[in-house]
Design a protein around this ligand. Structure first.
Ligand SMILES: Cc1cc2nc3c(=O)[nH]c(=O)nc-3n(C[C@H](O)[C@H](O)[C@H](O)COP(=O)(O)OP(=O)(O)OC[C@H]3O[C@@H](n4cnc5c(N)ncnc54)[C@H](O)[C@@H]3O)c2cc1C
Length: 242
């Protein structure tokens, strides 16, 4: 049993994502076919077109490109929030099929980690959860439940802190939405950290698609009203230079 840390790798993405988006948009308004459009579209036109789509909110061409990430070292608390985003595909490590008998890894929130005494309480809770998981597993197996049938019920005592692994596929339009709500200071720290790392990755691959991506305040007024963190200027600067 040990503390686990966020690890993200990009498994795959649609090749030439900016070209795919620009060509899809151009096709809508052009009498010529895709091969000719491909020949004619210059890099300058591609960027201009993408900027226009992004700024006008005509984002359906962004749906033609997708990104697949492998994420490890996040808590079940974080993955629960993540999978609320419905326009995405997920494959998550199963607590029915993967046993935690040998111990599970866990995520320690920074607020808990920064104080030794608080951290001790947390670590004790992890140990206890593991102890009760093993006890339950043994009891359920004694009652005749085998394999995943025992694990699927013993896991009820596992904590939100338990580490999970998940593969995520999102298209660029959903990613923009995800970054808008989850890179925001109002989002919980762990999913915000995940969203920011994902943004850094996609921005390198498709800078025009993700220019101005990030919380709502990066491209306009903060919509959070009284709940706003009040740091729009600082945040704008941070995300523009990501
Ligand atoms: C700061 C913060 C606090 C939160 N607090 C809570 C909370 O207390 N309780 C809670 O339950 N959740 C909470 N959430 C989660 C939130 O309510 C959403 O479930 C989550 O952010 C997923 O976003 P979404 O529904 O916009 O979009 P996605 O599922 O990512 O979908 C993207 C967009 O597609 C459209 N769409 C998707 N599905 C439908 C549909 N069925 N019908 C119509 N349009 C659709 C919508 O325009 C949506 O915005 C919180 C989120 C944040 C960022």
């Amino acid at each position: 049993m040990k503390e686990s840390f966020l690890k993200i790798s990009l498994l795959e993405h649609t090749p030439n994502p900016e070209e795919v988006v620009a060509l899809s948009a151009r096709l809508c308004y052009s009498p010529i076919g895709i091969e000719q459009l491909k020949e004619k579209l210059t890099e300058e036109e591609r960027i201009k077109l993408i900027n226009l789509l992004r700024e006008s909110g005509h984002l359906s061409p962004f749906e033609h490109v997708s990104f697949t990430f492998a994420v490890e070292g996040i808590s079940r608390a974080c993955s629960h929030q993540l999978v609320r985003h419905r326009l995405a595909s997920y494959s998550q490590q199963s607590q029915r099929y993967v046993s935690e008998e040998k111990g599970f890894d866990f995520i320690v929130p920074p607020s808990i980690k920064k104080d030794k005494e608080t951290e001790m309480i947390f670590l004790e809770a992890m140990e206890k959860a593991h102890e009760y998981y093993c006890k339950l597993l043994q009891k359920l197996e004694e009652k005749g439940l085998k394999g995943e049938l025992a694990r699927q019920d013993a896991r009820f005592v596992l904590p939100n802190a338990a580490e999970t692994k998940i593969v995520i596929t999102m298209n660029a339009r959903e990613l923009l939405h995800f970054f808008r709500v989850r890179c925001c200071n109002r989002a919980q720290w762990e999913i915000r950290q995940l969203a920011i790392e994902m943004l850094k990755i996609v921005k390198k691959i498709a800078p025009s698609l993700f220019m101005n991506a990030g919380p709502a305040c990066v491209s306009g007024k903060c919509p959070e009203g009284k709940l706003s963190c009040g740091e729009a200027q600082k945040i704008r600067k941070k995300f523009k230079s990501l």
